[in-house]
Each structure stands twice: as C-alpha cells, then as structure tokens.
Ligand binder design. Structure first.
Ligand SMILES: C[S@@+](CC[C@H](N)C(=O)[O-])C[C@H]1O[C@@H](n2cnc3c(N)ncnc32)[C@H](O)[C@@H]1O
Length: 284
C-alpha cells in the first residue's frame, strides 16, 4: 500500500522520531546555519517526511545524512520548509487599512524606511510599492525586503510573475483601494507579466533570517505577514523583540489578520491602529 506522502511510517516509535528530528535540525543548523529548531513541530514534521520520500529515503536519520552530504537536497528542503505561498494584494482589506490608517502617518515624515520581512517572491513588495506610489509616498520611501531564502529573492528582484494570475491580482488590487488600471504596472509578454522596474528602484532585497540575525536598521514601518504562523511561541517572541528594537518611536508594526501581538510580552508597548488587520503603533 502506498504511504501518504507526508506521514511517518506507522512502525516508527514517536520518541525515536522526535530524537531523529532534533538531531537533523541541529545538524542543519551547524552545517548550513539555518535554524529551524523552533519551527512549529506538526507542519515541520510533515515537510521533513515529504522531503524524505522525495529523496527516496525511509528515515529521518537517512534524510539527515543526505542533507549533510548533498547541498542540493538542502536547497530543496529550504524551499519545502519556507512555505513561499504569496500573492499580490493578498488579503485586500489589509491594503485598504494601510491606505486609511498608515498612509496619513507616513505623510507626516520627510522620509520613510519600511522593512518587509519574509517577503517571499516579492508580490507583497510590489503591492506595497504600488500603494505608496498611488499615495504620493513612494519617492520618499526606501523598502528593505528580506527573506531567509535566496532563491525566492531572485524571483522578487526579477519582478516577472505568471500572466494568468493577473486577473485575480487585478481584483485584489481594486478591492485593496487601487486607483488606476492595474495593467499600467506591468508589460505582458507571452505567459509572463514583467513589472515596471520603477517599482523596485527604491527597494533593497536582501537575505535575512528572522530566527538568527539581528536588527539591521531603524524603521518607520515593519511589515511581516504570514511568516510567524510557522514559528513556535519562543521564536515568535524573539521576532517580536527584534521588530520592537527595529522600530522608531511611533513606528508602525503591520502583522495582517493571521498574527497578533496579544499575549506577547510587548503588547502594552503598542497602540492599535487597526484591530482587524493587526496594525499597531509603538508608543513606548
Ligand atoms: C507564506 S510566505 C509569506 C509571504 C508574504 N509575507 C505574504 O504574506 O504573502 C512566508 C515567507 O517567510 C519566509 N521565512 C520563513 N522562515 C523565515 C525566517 N526564519 N527568516 C526570514 N524569512 C523566513 C519564507 O521563506 C517565506 O518566503
């Protein structure tokens, strides 16, 4: 009988499996510097088994050996673990709230630095750049767009996305408060949409690992959506501390509706700008 592709064989002792997973994560960290030790366990386990089956090995220990000796397998695992699903104007109501609640704040600054953390293949960054452009802010903004994964950043830099997604993105753009014809931002060629290079003129793409790296600037806005859901509580706390330290006084933290500041040690350091979209302002 074929095994479901994401589960351990039923004969595996759960304690032994947990030990093997811990050793694999330690090995990956020590060999490659990627720290997945504090990623939420259930989905991590599923993804490890999926990679194990794809590599044709039948235990986590064998997968560990494969990863240590074959860097290309590690590249694949990185893609598997870092769940890069994204889209333009994803959750359009977020962009509406950003236009209504954050843009007026940014208009009071001569220059704005924004950190888009966990930007994946860049759709969120282009959406943000378009929003800022339409609100008359892009010229005086610098966006730092980071991700743990170099290969998604390469896609982000290129700004070429599948043409067949444009219909859905146009709907999202309109629902997110878009002011023009969305097609003005890209050029269609065959099955691809090449986005205007002006949208990345003020963007710096760089690798940054939220689990290990330090703050690297002071920002007026930190945007991090659909990333911390994959982290366990201690790692979420680390990242919240990092964002707090990276924000200027009165800086804006935008988390999107899947994440929250509630029940974190830093909750009382922020005011709520938009409850539904989890947009906060650092007040102390
Ligand atoms: C689901 S995508 C979210 C993309 C975008 N923010 C959005 O909401 O559409 C999650 C991204 O987080 C990145 N990521 C995962 N762990 C990370 C880490 N430790 N440091 C930085 N980025 C990480 C992944 O590579 C992935 O591109």
């Amino acid at each position: 009988m074929a095994l479901p592709l994401e589960e351990a064989p039923t004969s595996i002792d759960p304690e032994l499996e947990e030990l093997e997973i811990e050793l694999l994560l330690e090995a990956v960290y020590r060999r490659y510097g990627f720290d997945f030790r504090q990623y939420a366990r259930a989905s991590l386990k599923r993804r490890l088994w999926r990679r194990a089956y794809a590599e044709g090995v039948s235990s986590i220990s064998e997968l560990q050996a494969r990863l240590l000796h074959a860097p290309q397998s590690m590249e694949q695992l990185l893609l598997d673990l870092s769940i890069n699903v994204t889209s333009m104007f994803r959750d359009p109501t977020f962009y509406l709230a950003f236009r209504e609640k954050v843009v007026p704040v940014l208009h009071t600054y001569p220059f704005t630095r924004i950190w888009c953390a966990g930007c994946s293949t860049g759709e969120e960054v282009y959406s943000l750049a378009i929003t800022l452009e339409e609100e008359g802010l892009y010229e005086r903004t610098r966006i730092y767009a980071t991700d743990i994964n170099e290969s998604v950043l390469a896609t982000a830099r290129a700004g070429i996305f599948p043409l067949d997604k444009m219909q859905q993105y146009t709907q999202n753009y309109i629902r997110g408060g878009g002011k023009h014809d969305f097609s003005r931002y890209y050029r269609a060629a065959y099955d691809a949409a090449q986005f205007s290079k002006t949208l990345t003129e003020n963007v710096v793409f760089a690798q940054h690992n939220l689990a290990m790296d330090r703050a690297f600037n002071q920002f007026n806005v930190v945007l991090c959506r659909n990333v911390m859901i994959y982290f366990d509580k201690p790692l979420q706390d680390r990242v919240h501390r990092l964002f707090y330290e990276s924000l200027e006084q009165f800086g804006v933290l935008a988390l999107g509706h899947k994440e929250s500041l509630a029940f974190t040690a830093l909750a009382d350091r922020y005011d709520e700008l938009d409850a539904a979209e989890r947009i906060y302002r650092k007040i102390r």
